[in-house]
Design a protein around this ligand. Structure first.
Ligand code: DGL
Length: 262
């Protein structure tokens, strides 16, 4: 089983890519809706709950953990990799290669929550691989509530996107990384503001492709979904606007359970 967690419902955008690339594998999802948002919390808090949730997933027999939340990936993934024996996939490392391949002028923009941007994890990992890059970062805190209200296009949304992204446009970036679970929901509007010449990278796609390669070469991992069983979605409190967000991500109906083990 693939265990995946996020601070809430945004991780469904990561599940969407996992369903696309790994349709045969069973997943167990945990959204920490009782404690979200993670994006404005401190490093220690995010580390503590990312660790508790990972342990809970392991107790539920997952064979790999996907840190679907970018803020957890930024603050906590390195410590999770050290602490646990199961393979941990986070949202940053798999995207690095795709970003470096995408940029032509070496000018890259990273957008994410205040926590993700403050951690500078993406920037550090990119510069470790290619010190010629110019990496410009911008937090976009209003994107999460916009996506959760289903305001993924229209005038207000475009104006907010322009406010955050015009400074990146001025830096002449040619590649933009959507380093937050919610931002792929705004992708079309972001594209309209940034123009056709910008390549947009959704790290969830890079992660799903990486997991596929990993699972296919590790035959010992029995994650294939069995007939009669189903994916499981747990939330630590009622998820806000779940139907709206799940329908923005996929066509299927998802049955959820509310359970706060902490
Ligand atoms: N899931 C978070 C992330 O990807 C966004 C929502 C939150 O701040 O909790 O960083």
């Amino acid at each position: 089983m693939i265990g995946i967690f996020d601070s809430g419902v945004g991780g469904l955008t990561v599940v969407k890519e996992i369903f696309k690339y790994l349709p045969d594998y069973q997943i167990i999802y945990f959204g920490d809706t009782a404690r979200l948002p993670y994006g404005t919390k401190g490093e220690n808090f995010v580390k503590r709950y990312s660790s508790k949730i990972s342990q809970w997933l392991i107790d539920n027999n997952v064979q790999i953990i996907v840190v679907g939340c970018h803020t957890s990936s930024a603050w906590a993934a390195d410590s999770l990799k050290e602490k646990f024996d199961v393979p941990v996939f986070e949202m940053i490392t798999p995207a690095i290669k795709d970003i470096i391949e995408a940029t032509r002028n070496n000018r890259v923009g990273i957008i994410g929550t205040p926590g993700t941007i403050k951690s500078a994890s993406f920037k550090k990992k990119l510069l470790e691989k290619d010190s010629n890059l110019k990496v410009y970062s911008q937090d976009c805190p209003l994107f999460v509530p916009l996506a959760e209200e289903g305001l993924v296009d229209g005038k207000i949304t475009s104006e907010i996107i322009e406010k955050y992204l015009n400074p990146l446009k001025e830096k002449r970036i040619d590649t933009l990384v959507l380093a937050c679970t919610h931002y792929p929901l705004l992708e079309k509007s972001i594209e309209q503001v940034m123009g056709d010449n910008i390549k947009i990278i959704n790290p969830a796609v890079s992660v799903a492709k990486n997991i596929k390669v990993f699972l296919e070469s590790n035959f010992g991992i029995q994650s294939k979904i069995e007939k009669g069983s189903d994916h499981q979605f747990f939330f630590s409190d009622e998820p806000y606007n779940f139907e709206k967000i799940s329908h923005l991500c996929f066509d299927r109906n998802i049955k959820i359970e509310i359970n706060d083990p902490f």
